[in-house]
Write a protein that binds this ligand. Structure first.
Ligand SMILES: Nc1ncnc2c1ncn2[C@@H]1O[C@H](COP(=O)(O)OP(=O)(O)OP(=O)(O)O)[C@@H](O)[C@H]1O
Ligand SMILES: [Mg+2]
Length: 267
C-alpha cells in the first residue's frame, strides 16, 4: 500500500511546492520581510545568507509575496557562474525586453531606461532579487553595484537583495567587491532551527498535507532534527522517507529507526 493513503495524507507531504499561504511564518522569515522593506525604502542592498536548504528562497518568496504587485515589480534572477553580461541578459528578460544586443553599454542603457520607466513613470518600485548569488564570479560583484546607481547615485530606484550560502558574505569582503558591499544595509542569516522549531516545522507540513495528528514519535523528531542539522530541505527528505519506511512495515507510528532507514538513502 502506498504511504499516502496509509497515513491519510491528502497530498505529497514535505513538499517544495508550497502556496504562499502554506509557508510557515517563522521569526526568520518575518526578519527577512522587515529587512526587505527597509532595503526598498532606502534603495540599498540587503543580504540573505544561510546553509543549503535553510529556507532562503522560500523566505524571499514569502517576503516578496507580501508586496503589492500594483506598486512593486519584483525582478527575480537565479545567478549563474557566467559573466556580468549573463546577469544583464537575465535582468532584461525579467523586464520583458528582447534584444540581440551584446554590448555592455547597450544592455545597461536598456536596463536603466526600463528601471526609470517603472520607478518614475509607472510608479512601480522595482526590486532586484539575485538568488544563489554565492555562485557569482568575483568580477561580477565588481560591476554589479553600478546597476543600482542613478543620477550620480542619488536615486534609490533599484534596491537589490542578494541571497546565497554563507560564503557570499566572505566573497563580498574581497577588495574589488567593496563598492557593492558598502551599499549593504541589512543582513538576514537563516539559522538551523532548534529541536522545538523542527517539531513545529514537521507539524506544519503535516497539516499542509491534511493530517491533524502527527504519527512521528518524539525520538523520531529528534532524529530528524539531528540528521538534518536543523535544515529544512534535508528534514523534508528524512521525514517523508521515514513515513514511507513506516508504511512499508504497516506501522502507524514513525520511529527514530524509520528516520535512520530514510537517512541511509540520502547522500
Ligand atoms: N518557512 C517555510 N515553511 C515551510 N517550508 C519551508 C519553509 N522554508 C523552507 N521550507 C522547505 O524547505 C525547502 C528548502 O527551502 P529553500 O529552497 O527555500 O532553501 P534554500 O536556503 O533556498 O536552499 P538552497 O541553498 O539550496 O538554495 C523548501 O522546498 C520547503 O519545502
Ligand atoms: Mg534557494
Amino acid at each position: 500500500m502506498s504511504y499516502r493513503p496509509f497515513f491519510g495524507l491528502a497530498r505529497e507531504p514535505f513538499s517544495a511546492d508550497l502556496r504562499l499561504d502554506e509557508i510557515m511564518q517563522t521569526e526568520d522569515i518575518k526578519g527577512v520581510c522587515q529587512r526587505l522593506e527597509y532595503v526598498i525604502r532606502i534603495g540599498a542592498i540587503g543580504l540573505v545568507t544561510g546553509e543549503v536548504g535553510a529556507g532562503k528562497s522560500t523566505a524571499l518568496r514569502w517576503a516578496t509575496g507580501q508586496l503589492h504587485s500594483s506598486s512593486h515589480k519584483v525582478l527575480w534572477i537565479t545567478a549563474t557562474s557566467g559573466s556580468i553580461l549573463e546577469v544583464y541578459r537575465q535582468l532584461l528578460a525579467e523586464l520583458d525586453i528582447n534584444t540581440a544586443a551584446s554590448s555592455r553599454a547597450v544592455l545597461t542603457r536598456m536596463i536603466r531606461q526600463q528601471i526609470i520607466n517603472l520607478a518614475v513613470n509607472k510608479k512601480q518600485q522595482p526590486l532586484l532579487i539575485i538568488d544563489e548569488a554565492s555562485l557569482l564570479r568575483l568580477d561580477v560583484y565588481t560591476e554589479l553595484h553600478t546597476l543600482t546607481q542613478f543620477q550620480g547615485d542619488s536615486k534609490p530606484w533599484l534596491p537589490m537583495i542578494l541571497a546565497g550560502q554563507n560564503n557570499l558574505a566572505d566573497n563580498l569582503l574581497c577588495r574589488t567587491a567593496v563598492p557593492l558591499a558598502s551599499r549593504i544595509v541589512a543582513r538576514s542569516h537563516l539559522k538551523a532551527v532548534t529541536r522545538e522549531g523542527m517539531e513545529q516545522y514537521i507539524q506544519h507540513h503535516l497539516r499542509v498535507a491534511g493530517l491533524k495528528t502527527s504519527p512521528f514519535e518524539g525520538q523520531a523528531v529528534t532524529a530528524i532534527h539531528q540528521g538534518s542539522g536543523g535544515l529544512f530541505r534535508k528534514a523534508n527528505h528524512l521525514a517523508r522517507g521515514a513515513l514511507i519506511a513506516a508504511a512499508a512495515e504497516k506501522s502507524q507510528t514513525v520511529t527514530a529507526e524509520h528516520v535512520r532507514l530514510a537517512d541511509s538513502e540520502l547522500l
